[in-house]
Design a protein around this ligand. Structure first.
Ligand code: NCD
Length: 304
């Protein structure tokens, strides 16, 4: 039995197979409509979510399966003091697969160690968010036909953003990726990630101004300042509108540059660029459903 805890749990070859399956699902939805008949997904969300939880639920319903779960720790027995280990043992009796989001780093890993069903990490604190990364990679591969030889800008909260941490890990495995990290000093990428890049001789730059590097980017991955992970409100207020991607900045970018964002967006992308053909963040949401369908089938070892 396999779980998905981090973006490197699958080999690059396994990911290729997963993305091929996701693209097949995209073009032949009807073929998969009963693939999970009789199967249940449990969504155990101890932290707020719109996209990830509903994307998982939609994925399972598209496969003919059903969904149970909770979307708020307050409405689960966590509020009575139940441990994640006990909860997953119980959920294992009810469902065939579980997607778990938790504010504590490593909580889904603890759950996986006690679980008799596959557990998917749907985001653990400021640590990892592997299914968002699968979504990001599938979007890149589907829209550009490859995942290599790109200059990728990651902008915003690179310190607390788990989607950023997972994406950097995953992209390290592909050839000729040049990273440009764009953040204020206080929200820089953690040292453990830049140390890893140095060790692997993968080129990266760290800059503060977005304007100066816009012309060189193939992708711009914008992120929200992670309010819930700040220790004080004052710092958040000072940093929250540090970057706003607007039309004048988009005018500096290549004509085929793509803007990605895991969403939710707050102010960091002006709505005036939503209709720019380079804005790919809503397409990204759709790819998230296909890749989660492919992931559920893969972890349940169901072949169609
Ligand atoms: C992200 C998350 O939860 O980390 N959202 C998502 O799952 N698409 C990004 C965020 O909350 O900023």
């Amino acid at each position: 039995m396999r779980h998905l805890m981090g973006p490197l749990d699958f080999t690059a070859e396994e990911l290729d197979k997963l993305f091929d399956l996701a693209n097949d699902i995209e073009h032949n939805m009807a073929k998969y409509a009963h693939a999970c008949d009789g199967k249940k997904l449990a969504t155990c969300f101890y932290e707020p979510s719109t996209r990830t939880r509903l994307s998982f639920e939609s994925a399972m319903l598209n496969l003919g399966g059903s969904v149970i779960g909770f979307s708020d720790a307050g409405s689960s027995s966590a509020s009575k003091g139940e441990s994640v280990s006990d909860t997953i043992r119980v959920i294992s009796c009810f469902a065939d697969i579980c997607a778990m989001r938790h504010p504590k780093e490593g909580a889904p890993m603890v759950a996986a160690s006690k679980s008799s069903i596959p557990v998917i990490n749907a985001g653990d604190g400021g640590h990892q968010h592997p299914t968002q990364t699968l979504t990001d990679l599938l979007t890149i591969r589907s829209l550009k036909g490859k995942i290599e030889n790109f200059t990728v800008g990651l902008c915003g909260d690179l310190k607390f953003g788990r989607t950023v941490h997972s994406l950097i890990h995953a992209l390290m495995r592909y050839p000729d990726i040049h990273f440009i990290f764009i953040s204020p000093e206080e929200l820089k990428v953690p040292d453990y990630l830049t140390d890893m890049l140095k060790e692997k001789n993968i080129p990266y730059e760290e800059v503060i101004r977005l304007e100066e590097i816009m012309p060189s980017l193939d992708f711009l991955y914008m992120t929200r300042v992670q309010k819930e992970r700040f220790f004080n409100e004052e710092d958040y207020v000072r940093l929250k509108d540090f970057y706003i991607l607007d039309k004048p900045k988009m005018d500096l970018a290549k004509s085929d540059m793509l803007v990605l964002h895991p969403l939710p967006r707050v102010n960091e992308i002006s709505v005036e660029i939503d209709d720019d053909p380079r804005a790919a963040y809503f397409k990204q949401v759709q790819y998230g459903v296909y890749v989660r369908m492919a992931l559920i089938l893969t972890l349940l070892e169901i072949q169609v």
